[in-house]
Design a protein around this ligand. Structure first.
Ligand SMILES: [Zn+2]
Length: 280
C-alpha cells in the first residue's frame, strides 16, 4: 500500500489554496446528524428534510413563514425592561438585559406584529427563546397584553407562539403578575368572540404554560415539543416514581387531552388559515 504512505513530510498548503465552505452554508440536524444546505432547510420551514426535526426558531423566522411576503407591522418594538427589584445574580439585571440586547438584536423575549396571512389580517405574538430563555417578564406580559388590545381594536384573530422557560426570576413577583394580566386580556378577547390560537413550541414550560399558552380556543403544538409546568426531574423527585416514556412531549400531552392537534411547521400557515376560516 505504498500509495497510502506519505513519503514527503511537512507538506504545507498555502492559505490561498485552502478550500473552505463559507460559514452557515450547511446545516447539521442535531437529531439525526445529517447535513443539508441551509437554503433547503429554510425552504423546509427550518425542519429537517431527513427526520422532520423542528429546529428551534425565533420570531424572525415565524414572521417570515406566516406573514404574506414577510409583510408586517411590529407593535411596541422599542419597549425594554426596567429593573424594579435592583436584582443582581452573577450580573446586575440591567447589564444582563443590555448584553442580551446586543448579542441577540432583540429588545425582549417576545415580538408582536400584525399583517396579512393568506390575505387575512392576523395579530401574532411570538416568543424568542434566545432572550434570557424566553422568560416572561413585565415587557413580555405588557407586549402580549397590548397585542391582544390590538386584536380587539381591529377585530383580528390572535396567535400566540410560545417558547419559554417560564417566569423571569429577575423580576420575581412582577413576572407572575403577567400571568393574571395576559389571562384577563384573553378573557376580553373571548367575550368579543375573537379567535385565539395558542401554538406551543419546544419548550413551553412554567408560568407561560400556566397562563396564556393553555388558554387558546385551540391549543396546538409542534411535533416533539416539550410541554409542561415543572421539569421532569422535579416531578420525579416529588412523586418518587419513574415517569412514563415520552412524558411531556407534545404527542403525550395530546394523548392526554391537553392539546387539540399537532401541526407540522410546513403546514402551519395553511392549517391556521383554514382553522380561522372555519371559525368565522
Ligand atoms: Zn434530522
Amino acid at each position: 500500500m505504498s500509495w497510502f504512505i506519505r513519503k514527503d513530510k511537512g507538506i504545507q498548503t498555502p492559505t490561498e489554496m485552502k478550500r473552505e465552505a463559507p460559514d452557515g452554508l450547511w446545516y447539521q440536524c442535531p437529531n439525526c446528524k445529517k447535513v443539508m444546505h441551509t437554503r433547503e432547510h429554510k425552504l423546509n420551514a427550518y425542519t429537517c428534510v431527513h427526520c422532520n426535526y423542528h429546529e428551534k426558531i425565533g420570531s424572525d423566522a415565524y414572521f417570515s413563514i406566516l406573514f404574506d411576503d414577510n409583510q408586517f407591522t411590529e407593535l411596541d418594538a422599542t419597549m425594554i425592561s426596567a429593573d424594579p427589584l435592583n436584582f443582581v445574580d452573577t450580573k446586575a439585571y440591567p447589564d444582563r438585559v443590555k448584553s442580551t440586547i446586543s448579542k441577540t438584536g432583540l429588545r425582549d423575549a417576545v415580538r408582536t406584529a400584525y399583517g396579512p396571512m393568506n390575505e387575512e389580517q392576523i395579530t401574532i405574538a411570538c416568543m424568542d427563546f434566545g432572550f434570557i430563555g424566553g422568560s416572561m417578564g413585565s415587557v413580555v406580559g405588557e407586549k402580549i397584553a397590548r397585542a391582544i388590545d390590538h386584536s380587539l381594536k381591529t377585530n383580528t384573530p390572535f396567535l400566540m407562539i410560545s417558547r419559554s422557560g417560564g417566569a423571569r426570576m429577575m423580576e420575581a413577583g412582577f413576572s407572575l403578575m403577567q400571568m393574571a394580566k395576559t389571562s384577563a386580556k384573553l378573557a376580553l378577547l373571548a367575550e368579543a368572540k375573537i379567535p385565539y390560537i395558542s401554538l406551543l413550541t419546544d419548550p413551553t414550560t412554567g408560568g407561560v404554560t400556566a397562563s396564556f399558552a393553555m388558554l387558546g380556543d385551540f391549543n396546538i403544538a409542534e411535533p416533539g415539543a416539550l410541554i409542561g409546568f415543572a421539569g421532569p426531574r422535579v416531578i420525579r423527585e416529588t412523586i418518587g416514581k419513574d415517569l412514563p416514556k415520552g412524558f411531556q412531549s407534545a404527542e403525550f400531552v395530546l394523548d392526554h387531552g391537553f392539546l387539540d392537534f399537532i401541526v407540522d411547521r410546513k403546514d402551519l400557515k395553511d392549517k391556521l388559515s383554514s382553522l380561522l376560516q372555519m371559525l368565522k
